[in-house]
Write a protein that binds this ligand. Structure first.
Ligand code: IDP
Ligand code: MG
Length: 159
């Protein structure tokens, strides 16, 4: 199934200069970036995006983190893109994330360290967790006219 999913390069990823490294990984896998922009999130928008986490003990730290600098938001399209993108991104805690994933290659912080400091876990990337979340998040972050329809060269060559 061809799906669209939301990926955010969080403020830590932008500050680390990882925009190119992250987008490269999706592009080399053959996935298509159909929308991309740099944005600064405010507390109200954070509450919309992280609505499912508002009551969690780490929410305030998460909001502080997500509004702390510009974010690169992109919509990625491809076959089962939600699942494939989550695999490329790796598990939530960088310490335990598999080497070869973005979180496992470029970060190493732990839940324990984040909790000790009263901070959100800084894990470079957000990616929609499932198909329903992806549909909601694509609509929240991008308007129809910000999404583009085109063929990658490998799609043209297989026609
Ligand atoms: P995900 O980003 O892998 O989907 P979620 O459970 O949806 O993980 O959590 C959203 C974000 O909240 C995480 O990426 C991380 O930045 C932060 N977070 C999640 N759980 C904790 C925690 O226990 N302590 C601190 N921050 C957390
Ligand atoms: Mg999530």
């Amino acid at each position: 199934m061809i799906e669209q999913t939301l990926v955010l390069i969080k403020p830590d990823g932008v500050k680390r200069g990882l925009i190119g490294e992250v987008t490269k990984r999706f592009e080399l896998r053959g996935l298509k970036i159909v929308g991309i922009k740099m944005v600064r999130v405010d507390p109200d928008f954070s509450k919309k995006h992280y609505a499912a986490h508002i009551d969690k003990k780490f929410y305030l730290g998460l909001e502080k983190f997500i509004i702390s600098g510009p974010i690169v938001a992109m919509i990625i399209e491809g076959i089962d893109a939600v699942e494939v993108v989550r695999k490329i991104v790796g598990s939530t805690e960088p310490k335990g994330a598999d080497v070869g994933t973005i979180r496992g290659d470029y970060a190493h912080t732990s839940y324990g360290h984040a909790d000790e400091q009263g901070k959100a876990i800084e894990n470079l990337i957000h990616a929609s967790g499932n198909s329903d979340e992806a549909k909601q998040e694509v609509a929240l972050w991008f308007s129809i006219d910000e999404l583009h329809s085109y063929k990658l060269s490998h799609e043209e060559h297989t026609l």
